[in-house]
Design a protein around this ligand. Structure first.
Ligand SMILES: Cc1cc2nc3c(=O)[nH]c(=O)nc-3n(C[C@H](O)[C@H](O)[C@H](O)COP(=O)(O)OP(=O)(O)OC[C@H]3O[C@@H](n4cnc5c(N)ncnc54)[C@H](O)[C@@H]3O)c2cc1C
Length: 331
């Protein structure tokens, strides 16, 4: 592991000033469960963390804790996943978030891993993480190794992967997106708040970054609107084993029912595409129907336009199966 300078800051302004000073050589350190692994593995390439300056944000008050107000729920970016799991208000009113948080990794990682780190973690694609694959497009090269003949691409994207077929690994992102959460970002020009749906960057736009965060910006908080508390929701995650594992495929569904029919819904898939993938086609298929009668059309809509690779055709059926199970559970 290369040497680095460690800073423990207590305000957002201090963090932004250090980011501005050290630019690409700086990184935000939260729980470190992803960042430190990347650094120890020495993964190198353009746009990749080889930070010489780690800015520990866990001491910033503004980034900590869960606060409920009439507007909804505010989750500080440095709130741990364990805090989410053990929060009464999250469990009772925003159960979708609790369900997703409980399925991240193992208790040890949830004790240190944070909301911000979960939403900003780097891809788990083994070609991206593997040192041998130096021409990986996400490391500044020109190749997506998952597309090569004989590639090990069984966990890769079945949608939106023409340029890079990694899948975004966060469990929280689909759940928060289904609840129409927004993210608060701080940078040298002050703060901005954007829908989480606009936070992730598709590879065709920029394969080097997964989020819209600039090198001088950090995530301060996530805001879940109060309206989300009135919705029914479920997060289902299919993984190969029941010990810690990333999603092969997951789905977050949030619905508002009126007289037993779907008045409004948000459906977001994980493990399907390089970004957490909202499916407006599924949402349209659900509208005005009971959950039970909508299952068939919704499942067909979920995989419309899917382009599986040589080894992940099974994911098309899995996406439909996971969605069917989620809708049946909600029904
Ligand atoms: C064995 C193992 C299993 C895992 N399983 C899962 C899983 O099942 N599901 C899942 O979703 N994840 C999983 N993870 C990934 C990840 O470690 C956790 O999701 C965790 O929440 C990351 O949070 P952290 O605070 O430790 O992030 P860190 O490692 O501190 O940071 C991760 C990245 O986010 C950036 N970052 C952190 N906070 C901010 C901020 N406030 N603003 C801007 N950038 C920021 C860092 O610079 C870094 O690039 C797993 C990790 C491991 C090691």
């Amino acid at each position: 592991m290369k040497p680095f300078v460690y800073y423990r800051v207590s305000t957002v302004n201090q963090a932004v000033a250090l980011l501005a000073k050290h630019q690409e050589k700086a990184a935000i350190l939260a729980g470190g469960s992803d960042l430190l692994g990347m650094m120890k593995d020495g993964i190198e390439g353009a746009g990749l963390e080889r930070p010489r300056h780690l800015i520990d944000v866990k001491g910033i008050k503004e980034l900590s804790g869960i606060q409920e107000s009439v507007a909804g729920l505010r989750l500080g970016a440095a709130t741990t996943l364990a805090e989410l799991v053990h929060s009464d208000v999250v469990e009772k009113k925003y159960a979708l978030v609790a369900q997703a948080a409980k399925q991240v990794a193992v208790p040890q990682i949830r004790n240190v891993g944070t909301v911000g780190g979960n939403l900003c973690q780097r891809p788990r694609c083994w070609y991206f993480r593997g040192k041998l694959f130096t021409d990986c497009i996400r490391k500044g090269g020109g190749t997506c190794y998952a597309h090569a003949v004989g590639a090990e691409n069984q966990y890769h994207a079945i949608m939106g992967g023409d340029i890079c077929s990694m899948v975004y690994p966060s469990d929280l992102a689909p759940a928060l997106m289904a609840l129409e959460a927004k993210v608060e970002i701080a940078g040298p020009k002050g703060k901005r708040v954007i829908p989480l749906e606009q936070f992730y960057v598709r590879p065709e736009k920029n394969p080097l970054r997964e989020t819209v965060l600039g090198p001088q910006e950090l995530l301060v908080a996530v805001h879940i609107p109060a309206a989300a508390a009135g919705k029914k929701g479920v997060y289902l995650k299919l993984r190969e084993r029941q010990a810690f594992d990333f999603a092969v495929l997951s789905v977050a569904v949030a619905v508002r029912l009126q007289m037993g029919k779907v008045a409004e819904s948000r459906v977001v898939f994980g493990g399907m595409a390089p970004v957490p993938l909202r499916s407006v086609k599924v949402e349209a298929a659900l509208k005005g129907k009971t959950l039970t009668e909508a299952v068939g059309v919704a499942c067909a809509a979920a995989v419309e336009g899917a382009k599986p690779l040589s080894g992940n055709g099974y994911k098309v059926a899995v996406a439909q199966g996971v969605l069917e199970q989620a809708l049946n559970l909600l029904a």
